[in-house]
Write a protein that binds this ligand. Structure first.
Ligand code: NHR
Ligand code: GAR
Length: 196
């Protein structure tokens, strides 16, 4: 295809399975977004999501966090890997490394995350366990802009699910994940359409 100047570039960062990345790739294709998934970048060489990206002709890059002694050095390498793709948006999709203020500042306003809880509740890791322990009746996921302070950035969208009496971490995580796959592409599409 000819290079299309109207196309925005999206770079997706993953650490594992990459099902949210797949949902974004599929929505971009099916809904004919004015955007290309320019690259999928993982901090782990064994991330399963890399296979899907390769099968879909998307450039992949591994920047192994284990190769870097400090967060600052890793984030500088990550930024160097991202920059050639001239991203309009950098999308965290199950990306498991806390990012330095320097990195976050560079992508200020262009860096998104999906977090598996109804922020501001249950920040950090093991959010489904946190929700079950707190005995909440509703749980869900949040898309937010990434700021230096973890899971504190401006909220762009949320999806809610019920917590059922027999839920385990796994059943709850699965119910939330199904909603993530609808929520994340929806919010990204709104941003591309200038509605946010
Ligand atoms: N970075 C900043 N600066 N701000 C945010 O809001 C970020 C971020 C990086 C990632 C995703 C986040 C989530 O949605 C995210 C938001 C990783 C950890 C974590 O503790 C916490 C939250 C999130 C991602 N990571 C460990 C670390 O020491 C490593 C854990 C592991 O490798 O398994 O980096 O939940
Ligand atoms: C998703 O539930 C995502 O919200 C969460 O991990 C899962 C990744 O799944 N993200 C975090 O916990 C970030 N710390 P995926 O790799 O299949 O998209």
């Amino acid at each position: 295809m000819l290079y299309n100047v109207g196309m925005k570039n999206i770079v997706i960062l993953i650490s594992g399975r990459g099902s949210n990345m797949q949902a974004v790739v599929n929505a971009a294709h099916v809904q004919k977004w004015p955007a290309r998934i320019a690259a999928v970048i993982s901090n782990r060489a064994d991330a399963d999501g890399l296979v899907f990206a390769q099968q879909h002709g998307i450039p992949t890059v591994v920047v192994a966090s284990s190769d870097y002694a400090t967060r600052v050095a890793f984030d500088a390498a990550l930024q160097s890997a991202i920059e050639p793709f001239s991203p309009d948006l950098v999308v965290l999709a199950g990306f498991m490394r806390i990012l330095t203020p320097q990195f976050v500042q560079h992508y200020d306003g262009r860096l998104l995350n999906i977090h598996p809880s109804l922020l501001p509740r249950f920040k950090g890791l093991h959010t489904h366990r946190q929700a079950l322990q707190a005995n909440v009746t509703e749980h869900g996921a949040t898309v937010h802009l990434v700021t230096a302070e973890l899971d504190h950035g401006p909220i762009l969208g949320q999806a809610t699910v019920p917590v059922l009496p027999d839920d385990t971490e796994d059943t709850l995580a699965q119910r939330v994940l199904e909603q993530e796959h609808i929520l994340y592409p929806g919010v990204i599409r709104q941003i591309l359409e200038g509605k946010r």
